[in-house]
Design a protein around this ligand. Structure first.
Ligand code: FAD
Length: 432
């Protein structure tokens, strides 16, 4: 039987689903030795550092990933960054195929004056901060203001707004990072306004997330009923199923009692950010008022101002580029997942850009892995593996074989902490 060495870079959902597809496609004459490389000390990508902590059920997908990790022929090398610790060409030379599953971690910019002011943040920084991502633990989030504005009309904007508008005690039972809990507990923010550039019918929120909002115990959720009725009239009977469910969920919000609570989360539509103003920090945001004409969203030329001390933009992500991998339009340049003319493939958000839920990455990775297997040569290269590049090279890595019980407990507790890392390094100094 020929065993092909496959490197998967990135331990998020797309990387694990690619590994699972390889395991599922093992045959009597073809098997795969999988080495997954992750820049962080812990796996699971955005399942750990993106998905909101008050949605713990979604995070249980990590059990699927644990199964992949323990299915055999799988090693995870944590704390190893492609492009910094290891060169792309070195992986390309050693492995029969390299799968880039590094996601999209950079927040898209609003591109407006004042965006760089203190108090103006990207969701790409704020979200990993409350989820305990080690790169963001020192982020300063000013919560000493009454009003925060969130720009965007997708689930990330909704997560961000909910995290700011929740009564912090509702997060006590979650795995929100301690440093974030401490800040949120002393937050003066009582009003969070989510501003969407287009109408309710264009919003990318999803209905299950919208349906949860009226259940919030301590937060009034406000949407202007007239706005939803106008959107319903515009879309008529022709609306797609998703749009209809979203509008129904928003209509339900308009019919729910929205008073008497201490905190408020309000959705406003047809507002485009033009400028963030303030002396030393964000003090107000100027928004252009849009309208819909002949089915097109157009600027009316009028503006409105919201006084606020925190502005968070959640308008999408793009990939951070890695030396030796071609990028175009914020993602790996690829055709159906193939980086043409190489043994490199892309999956997940690195391949498609920042769209799709966790499950979307499964079918997508499986399709790419089928192409990868078609492209494999008759015989494996057998030119070594990542251990040639990191063992003895002063790289502060650690490695988990799937069967390590310590790996499982590490995952169960979701701990980032350095002390555990050191313990692991002492226990498993190398991983040949
Ligand atoms: C804020 C937010 C909330 C979300 N909430 C939900 C939700 O509730 N439900 C849902 O179904 N979907 C949700 N999603 C979408 C879901 O998280 C994505 O579909 C999924 O995580 C994409 O998987 P990925 O593997 O492509 O990328 P990622 O999850 O980003 O994983 C990429 C991995 O690659 C690693 N990496 C990056 N660069 C390197 C490098 N150079 N070397 C080595 N490793 C590297 C990263 O550290 C990371 O672990 C959410 C997304 C966001 C942003």
């Amino acid at each position: 039987m020929a065993t092909f060495r496959i490197a998967i870079v990135g331990a998020g959902p797309a990387g694990y689903f690619a590994a699972q597809a390889l395991q599922n496609l093992t045959t009597e004459d073809k098997s795969f030795a999988i080495d997954m490389i992750e820049r962080l000390p812990t796996p699971w990508g955005l399942v750990r550092s993106g998905v909101a902590p008050d949605h713990p059920k979604i995070k249980t997908v990590s059990k699927v990933f644990e199964k992949v990790a323990t299915a055999g022929n799988f090693r995870l090398f944590g704390n190893v960054e492609l492009g910094t610790d290891v060169a792309t060409t070195d992986l390309i030379d050693r492995y029969d195929a390299v799968i880039i599953a590094t996601g999209s971690s950079l927040g898209r910019k609003l591109g407006i004056p004042g965006e760089e002011l203190f108090g103006s943040l990207s969701a790409a920084d704020f979200v990993p901060w409350y989820n305990g991502h080690p790169d963001y633990k020192d982020l300063v989030v000013p919560v000493d203001c009454e009003t925060a504005v969130v720009i965007g009309a997708g689930n990330v904007a909704m997560d961000v707004a909910r995290m700011l508008a929740l009564e912090p005690s509702e997060l006590d039972e979650t795995d929100t990072a301690d440093h974030a809990l401490e800040v949120l507990r002393r937050s003066a923010i009582r009003k969070v306004i989510v501003c969407a550039r287009r109408g309710p019918e264009h919003a990318a929120f999803t209905a299950p997330e919208l349906r949860e909002l009226p259940k919030l115990e301590h937060t009034n959720v406000i949407i202007d009923a007239a706005e939803i009725q106008a959107a319903l009239a515009r879309v008529g009977d022709e609306a797609e199923k998703d749009v209809r469910s979203n509008l129904a969920a928003m209509e339900l919000i308009t019919q729910t009692d929205n008073s008497g609570r201490d905190r408020t989360m309000e959705f406003k539509f047809f507002l485009a950010p033009l400028e963030i103003r303030g002396t030393d920090r964000a003090e107000e945001i100027i928004l252009g008022i849009n309208n819909i004409e002949d089915g097109k969203v157009v600027a009316t030329g009028e503006t409105t101002t919201i006084k606020c001390g925190l502005v968070i933009s959640a308008i999408g992500y793009e990939a951070s580029s890695i030396h030796g991998v071609p990028y175009a339009k914020g993602k790996v340049e690829n055709v159906d997942g193939r980086v043409v003319g190489t043994n490199v493939y892309a999956v997940g958000w690195a391949k498609r850009g920042p769209s799709g839920v966790i499950g979307t990455n499964k079918s997508d990775a499986s399709d790419v892995v089928k192409l990868l297997i078609e492209d494999l040569p008759a015989q494996p290269k057998e030119r070594g593996d990542i251990t040639d590049l990191i063992v003895g090279h002063r790289i502060d890595f650690f490695c988990f074989h799937g069967t390590n019980t310590i790996y499982i407990s590490f995952n169960l507790y979701g701990i980032w902490r350095r002390s555990l890392q050191r313990l692991l390094q002492r226990t498993f100094p190398s991983c040949n």
